[in-house]
Design a binder for this molecule. Structure first.
Ligand SMILES: Cc1ncc(COP(=O)(O)O)c(C=O)c1O
Length: 352
C-alpha cells in the first residue's frame, strides 16, 4: 500500500536517495565493500564529506563568504550547548527569543554557560505565534532564534536585525526557502528533517566569530577544532553524512532552494486553504506566522476524530497525530513530500 509519510522527524526523504543509500550499504562505489565498513579516512569517504560540505555552502549561497560547514554529532540538542560555549564570552550575555519547546531547551543549556536574557516569548499563547515587539539589548554577544517551530507550527518570516551575532536553529526548515543566509553568523540543524537520517547535525558557522570567548572549550565542543580537522576530528557519522550528501545533490539537481521553495509554498497553500475553508477544521496558529513545513490544525468537532483517524489510516496516511502539547493534527510537509500526498490528505478532509 502506498504510504504518505507526514512524520515530523525523522521524516520523509526522496525515494531515489533511499534507493542509492541502500545500495551503498551493500556495495559502495562498486568497491564490493559497504559504506559503513570502510575507513572514514579512505579517499572515497573523504570525497563524500567534502562534497556534502561543499553542497551545503553552494545551496545556501555562502561560498567565499567566510563560512565553514560541519557535520557533527549529538543532534541539534548538543548545539544548544556548543553555541554558548563557543560564542558567549566570560561575563558576557546572550539574548534568546523563546518560540517553543526547542528554544526553551536551548535557553536552559545556555544558562549553564553564562548570562542569558529571554527577550521575547510566545509562551502566553502556547507558542501559537512569533513575537514581533521586543527590544534587543545592545550589550549581547549573540541573539538566538529558532526559525521554524516543529511542534507548534510557526515560522519566522522575517528575522531580527541586530549588530550582535545572529544564531539560528534551522532544524526543521533548512533548505526549504530562500533566505539571505549571510544574515546569520551561526546556523545549525539536525539532519533528520530536510537532509538525512538522524545521527548528524549540520553546523554552518562564520569562522571569524570563533575563538573570542576567553574560555577553555573541550575539544569535541570546539567548532575551531572541528573546522581545523575538516569535520573529521573524530569518526563522523558516515551513513547520515552520505545520505545527506545524496539529498543535497538531489536538491541541487532539482534547481536548488529557489525551486523547492515554490513546491513548498504550493503544498502549504493547498493544505492551509482546506483548513481555512472546511468548517470541520481550524488552524492551530495565527495565520501570519504559519509554518510551511509543519502544518498544525484541529478538528472543530472532536466527535469526528475517530472517523477521520480511520479514514487517514485506510488511505495510508502516516504521522499526522499532533504533538501532545498542541493536540489535533500536524502534517509535516518537508522538501521530499510530493504535493500528490498533500492532495490525498486534502481530499480526505473534504470527504469528511
Ligand atoms: C527546531 C528543533 N530544534 C532542535 C531539535 C532537536 O534535535 P535533535 O533531536 O537532533 O537533538 C528539534 C527536533 O525535532 C527541532 O525540531
Amino acid at each position: 500500500m502506498k504510504k504518505h509519510n507526514f512524520s515530523a522527524g525523522p521524516s520523509i526523504l526522496p525515494q531515489e536517495v533511499l534507493k542509492k543509500a541502500s545500495e551503498a550499504v551493500v556495495n559502495f562505489n562498486n568497491s564490493d565493500l559497504s559504506l559503513i565498513e570502510i575507513s572514514h579516512r579512505s579517499p572515497d569517504f573523504v570525497d563524500v564529506m567534502e562534497k556534502a560540505r561543499a553542497l551545503v555552502l553552494e545551496l545556501l549561497d555562502l561560498n567565499d563568504k567566510g563560512y565553514a560547514a560541519l557535520f557533527l554529532q549529538g543532534g541539534a540538542s548538543l548545539e544548544f550547548l556548543m553555541c554558548p560555549y563557543n560564542l558567549l564570552k566570560e561575563n558576557g550575555k546572550a539574548a534568546y527569543i523563546n518560540t517553543g519547546t526547542w528554544s526553551s531547551k536551548s535557553i536552559k543549556e545556555a544558562q549553564l554557560i553564562g548570562n542569558v536574557e529571554e527577550i521575547a516569548s510566545s509562551k502566553d499563547k502556547n507558542f501559537n505565534y512569533i513575537p514581533k515587539d521586543y527590544n534587543i539589548p545592545k550589550d549581547i554577544d549573540y541573539l538566538h532564534c529558532t526559525s521554524n517551530n516543529t511542534i507548534y507550527g510557526t515560522q519566522f518570516k522575517k528575522f531580527p536585525i541586530t549588530d550582535a551575532l545572529l544564531v539560528c536553529d534551522m532544524s526543521s526548515d533548512i533548505f526549504s526557502r530562500k533566505l539571505d543566509f549571510s544574515q546569520f553568523d551561526l546556523i545549525y540543524a539536525g539532519a533528520q528533517k530536510n537532509m538525512g537520517p538522524a545521527g548528524t547535525t549540520l553546523v554552518v558557522v562564520k569562522e571569524a566569530i570563533l575563538g573570542k570567548t576567553g574560555r577553555n572549550i573541550p575539544s569535541m565542543l570546539d567548532y575551531q577544532i572541528h573546522i581545523s580537522k575538516d569535520s573529521m576530528y573524530n569518526t563522523p557519522a558516515v551513513f547520515p553524512v552520505y545520505v545527506s550528501m545524496l539529498t543535497l545533490q538531489w536538491l541541487k539537481d532539482l534547481g536548488g532552494i529557489a525551486a523547492i521553495e515554490k513546491k513548498n509554498i504550493a503544498k502549504a497553500e493547498l493544505l492551509y486553504s482546506e483548513i481555512d475553508n472546511n468548517p470541520f477544521f481550524k488552524g492551530a496558529t495565527v495565520k501570519e506566522d504559519r509554518s510551511n513545513m509543519n502544518v498544525t490544525f484541529l478538528l472543530t468537532d472532536n466527535s469526528k476524530k475517530e472517523i477521520f483517524d480511520q479514514m487517514c489510516k485506510d488511505a495510508g496516511i502516516n504521522g499526522i497525530k499532533g504533538h501532545r502539547s498542541v493536540g489535533g493534527y500536524r502534517a509535516s510537509i518537508y522538501n521530499a513530500m510530493p504535493i500528490e500526498s498533500v492532495q490525498v490528505l486534502v481530499d480526505l478532509m473534504q470527504k469528511l
